[in-house]
Design a protein around this ligand. Structure first.
Ligand code: GNR
Ligand code: NI
Length: 180
């Protein structure tokens, strides 16, 4: 098991388009296990492989919700085969930490994917589950929820995160200076 570093916007590696998984073998099952571990450690409800710099069509999800939807789900090579309606939902993202904005999404979707054993399944989803699947599938296409916002909002979020990243790197630079 391993916990991976999650890339932050505007890292260009978040723009990679994920390729389909050819065979769900032991290596992919290890990736899925590591993605669950990384997602739980980060306290997210979903994670796409692109967020840990693995450009494959793999998603893990575990909604912290009561009932039927409260179980870990893995989607490999997911396709949305039906969508209807539109609705706004307030979204956040582990790759855009600290920012929450409304995004327009389909109200109901039907998804086809492979599970972590490589078996095909289909699922109807609405509410948070439906939103989360659409959010993760965007990641597999190199897209982030901030791409659904206005240029101005996205630019503001980008500058704030770039500033935070610079400040975050200062202690490391200091350590290097002192060492040399
Ligand atoms: O943890 C997450 N919460 C969330 C809340 C509303 C809509 C989408 C999400 S997904 C996000 C985890 C994440 O960034 N997955 O890519
Ligand atoms: Ni995200």
């Amino acid at each position: 098991m391993a916990i991976y570093e999650i890339l932050h916007f505007p890292d260009p590696r978040l723009r990679q388009k994920a390729k389909p998984v050819q065979v769900v073998d032991a290596e992919i099952q290890q990736l899925v296990a590591d993605m669950f571990e990384t997602m739980y450690a980060a306290k997210g409800i979903g994670l796409a492989a692109v967020q840990i710099n693995v450009p494959l069509q793999v998603i893990v999800m575990h909604l912290n919700k009561e009932g039927e939807e409260n179980r870990p789900i893995c989607f490999i090579n997911p396709e949305i085969i039906h969508r209807e309606g539109t609705m706004p939902w307030e979204e956040g993202c582990l790759s855009v930490p600290g920012f929450y904005e409304n995004v327009q999404r389909a109200e109901r979707i039907r998804v086809r994917a492979l599970d972590r054993e490589g078996n095909p399944f289909e699922l109807n989803a609405d509410g948070l589950l439906g939103v989360c699947i659409q959010h993760e599938m965007d990641h597999l296409n190199g897209k982030l929820f901030v791409d659904h916002l206005s240029f101005l909002k996205r630019s503001r979020i980008q500058s704030k995160l770039q500033k935070q990243a610079r400040l975050g790197q200062l202690p490391k630079l200091d350590a290097q200076k002192q060492a040399s």
